[in-house]
Design a protein. Sequence first.
Length: 164
Amino acid sequence: MRNEETGYILEKLHIRHTQYDFDCGMEEYNEYIRERAFDEIDIKNTQVYVFLTKNRDTLIGYFTLSNKSIRAEIRDTIYDQPLCLLGRMAIQKHLQGKGWGTKFIHKAIDICYQISDMAGCKGLLVETYFLDLIESNFYQNRGFQQIDEHKIHGRTRYRLLYPL
Ligand SMILES: CC(C)(COP(=O)(O)OP(=O)(O)OC[C@H]1O[C@@H](n2cnc3c(N)ncnc32)[C@H](O)[C@@H]1OP(=O)(O)O)[C@@H](O)C(=O)NCCC(=O)NCCS
């Protein structure tokens, strides 16, 4: 999938992408794309999308998409709401702050719309433990609304939804 307009190539993660160096500044996210992502794809837990520069010399970053439902009350009844989950997103350290994160989110929303056209899906969900991203309104400024926060194993997880 080549996107001439925005100057990047978007592909599903493939073993050939392991030839690229990737450092987003967070080892957990670096290790995920090097190793764990392939198992998650194999067992169909997630799909991983990678962005490459047009000349294919740099892996800009990646994000993951999965299906997830969350319970919510609608007209006094509790329903499972079908959603897409933007699970992980990471960008090469030297390319951060240049708008790639915003482009990734737009692309994830595009894919979410395609999914919802073929099977029920009401929005794009983000679950994050990064308070700094919440406080800087990173997701909120890009159309997400915070829906709740919960303590999980002593850490606070924030959930945000981009409704379709
Ligand atoms: C978070 C991340 C994906 C953002 O990507 P990016 O390409 O830097 O984002 P953009 O250039 O589109 O947007 C930059 C905005 O993000 C904010 N931002 C980036 N990292 C941030 C952080 N750690 N804390 C708070 N705000 C942050 C910047 O302040 C800036 O805000 P502004 O638009 O109001 O000026 C990227 O920094 C990254 O890969 N970080 C390491 C992995 C990670 O933390 N992933 C979290 C996903 S839940």
